[in-house]
Design a protein around this ligand. Structure first.
Ligand SMILES: Cc1cc2nc3c(=O)[nH]c(=O)nc-3n(C[C@H](O)[C@H](O)[C@H](O)COP(=O)(O)OP(=O)(O)OC[C@H]3O[C@@H](n4cnc5c(N)ncnc54)[C@H](O)[C@@H]3O)c2cc1C
Ligand SMILES: NC(=O)c1ccc[n+]([C@@H]2O[C@H](COP(=O)([O-])OP(=O)(O)OC[C@H]3O[C@@H](n4cnc5c(N)ncnc54)[C@H](OP(=O)(O)O)[C@@H]3O)[C@@H](O)[C@H]2O)c1
Length: 444
């Protein structure tokens, strides 16, 4: 393999741009490839089918002070940014980050990375496609930042539904559901957002849950709820979860008060759902709670309690596969877990392969992706060496997740935002100064 690093980054979303920035900061030669035409990834909203899974009215669920890059805060971007910015504001923020650090010259847009293979000398051969024309390029290192919320995971039920059956990835706005009877499946953030939005225009909206979910408001005591959580980030996780749960019970109350399925898991055992409007809509009769689906019959949906109802549209908000179509599945396939990567970024055997942003925090992704990128850049620049027992650490991390979550497909890469950042910060020099965002001071 050549001595001088030449690094390929797949993706110019929030993770890809911080990977690229930090590699360039170390004077390394790096190029990012993105199949889209600009920076932003998931946050480039369009009404057409695309990589993005956001919809017309999406606002972030992690608040801005915990959702910013240290190197370019929301104050650096626009101090007037709302606590929970919209998809448009975020796209502008990511594009401003790319301009601020002169990344555009190092990104090639409109290019699909089709295949990545390791050659005999250990370097990477990358097959690219641009406007139908294929080419091959070689790189010493590969950095994967292709996102993990774009390949729909569909549910399947006995029978066939003869109305419109779509996945939340294809849901773009509420207008097409005007005056329709809509059933939303799922209890995650997509499902609750989609149910609330369609209920504004539909004739009838129901939401089907296969278990009970805690619905966490975006604000406690007039502050973003993740900021309240941050104040207790020094407390051991179990105790912290207990207190947060108690607070939720006092401020929100039990699900049964809302006619929703009972919560039977501990805090953190299920990825949290953050929504300020669902409970309001349920109590105003605009969103009707339903149990799990037993089967479809024409336009009829039969639920597990025997209830039968007709719907015009069923929207499956049932999550996404972890997907790396450019790898041979025999080489890497994390679509059904487990994901044994140290700090969710280092492969146990392949030292010139990195994953950035492929984790699901209880909080925001890109601040963690930024720290992962700094650690990666230091290693490639020869300033830091990974532990020798990396294989063991990968297995240990997979066996000891921050949260013991229930066994469902979405729970393979969960991390605690604060613990994860702490673990990454430990790998940075002791004199590393984390830029203190000004907005954080304002909120305290
Ligand atoms: C509706 C919705 C709301 C969300 N809200 C939040 C939130 O509030 N907070 C939060 O932290 N996270 C949220 N997420 C998660 C989301 O994944 C992250 O916000 C963020 O987009 C992750 O950045 P990324 O760069 O890792 O991936 P992405 O944003 O998905 O970017 C990946 C990039 O890779 C490119 N790409 C992929 N494959 C290829 C290929 N083969 N060749 C070339 N280019 C390729 C894509 O074009 C894209 O630009 C949300 C997700 C959804 C669906
Ligand atoms: N406003 C926002 O910022 C916003 C909006 C949407 C999404 N997001 C983020 O985007 C990511 C993806 O969220 P998501 O809500 O699309 O997916 P998700 O978190 O994976 O949730 C999927 C939901 O569907 C359920 N489900 C899956 N398969 C099912 C089946 N066969 N039958 C019934 N239910 C099924 C899951 O149940 P289990 O509980 O059993 O797993 C879960 O409730 C998350 O990180 C989320 O936070 C953010």
């Amino acid at each position: 393999m050549p001595n001088t690093p030449k690094i390929a980054v797949i993706g110019a979303g929030p993770s890809g741009i911080t990977a690229l920035k930090n590699l360039l900061d170390k004077g390394l030669h790096a190029i990012a490839f993105d199949r889209n035409i600009d920076v932003g990834g998931n946050w480039i909203f369009t009404e057409n089918e695309s990589h993005s899974s956001v919809f017309e009215t999406t606002h972030i669920i992690s608040s801005k002070t915990l959702s910013q890059y240290e190197d370019f805060t929301f104050d650096d971007f626009d101090p007037n940014t709302a606590d929970y910015p919209s998809h448009d504001e975020l796209r502008n923020y990511f594009q401003a980050y790319a301009s601020q650090f002169n990344l555009y010259d190092h990104i090639r847009f409109g290019i699909l990375v089709k295949k990545c293979e390791i050659t005999e000398d250990g370097s990477w051969q990358i097959h690219l496609e641009k406007e139908g024309a294929e080419s091959i390029e070689n790189f010493t290192h590969l950095v994967v930042c292709n996102g993990h919320h774009w390949n729909p995971r569909w549910p399947s039920y006995p029978g066939t539904f003869e109305g419109e059956f779509l996945h939340s990835h294809s849901y773009k706005k509420a207008a097409p559901f005007k005056d329709k009877r809509v059933l939303v499946i799922g209890g995650g953030n997509s499902a609750c957002d989609v149910a609330v939005e369609t209920s504004r225009v539909s004739a009838f909206t129901a939401i089907s849950w296969r278990r009970g979910y805690r619905i966490i408001p975006k604000f406690f005591f007039g502050q973003p709820s993740d900021k309240i959580g941050e104040k207790g980030s020094w407390i051991p996780l179990k105790v912290r979860s207990f207190f947060f749960d108690t607070l939720l019970k006092i401020l929100v109350g039990d699900n049964k008060l809302y006619g929703l399925r009972k919560v039977e898991t501990k805090f953190g055992e299920v990825h949290p759902t953050i929504n300020d409007e669902l409970l309001y809509k349920v109590r105003h009769g605009k969103v009707q709670p339903r149990l799990d689906i037993q089967k479809f019959e024409g336009k009829k949906v039969i639920f597990e309690d025997g209830l039968e109802e007709e719907y015009d549209a069923v929207i499956a908000c049932t999550g996404y596969y972890l997907s790396h179509p450019f790898f041979d599945k025999k080489f890497i396939d994390y679509s059904s877990g487990p994901v044994p990567l140290y700090l969710k970024m280092f492969h146990p055997k392949i030292e010139n392969l990195f994953f950035i942003g492929m984790f699901q925090p209880l909080g925001c992704i890109w601040p963690g992706a930024e720290l992962q990128s700094k650690v990666m850049a230091r290693e490639i620049a020869g300033e830091w060496k990974r532990p020798e027992n990396i294989s063991e650490l990968c297995q240990k991390e997979a066996r000891n997740p921050h949260y013991r979550q229930i066994d469902t497909p979405r729970h393979t890469i969960t991390v605690d935002y604060h613990k994860f950042r702490k673990a990454l910060l430990k790998l940075l020099p002791s004199d590393y100064v984390s830029k203190q965002p000004k907005t954080q001071e304002m909120h305290q």
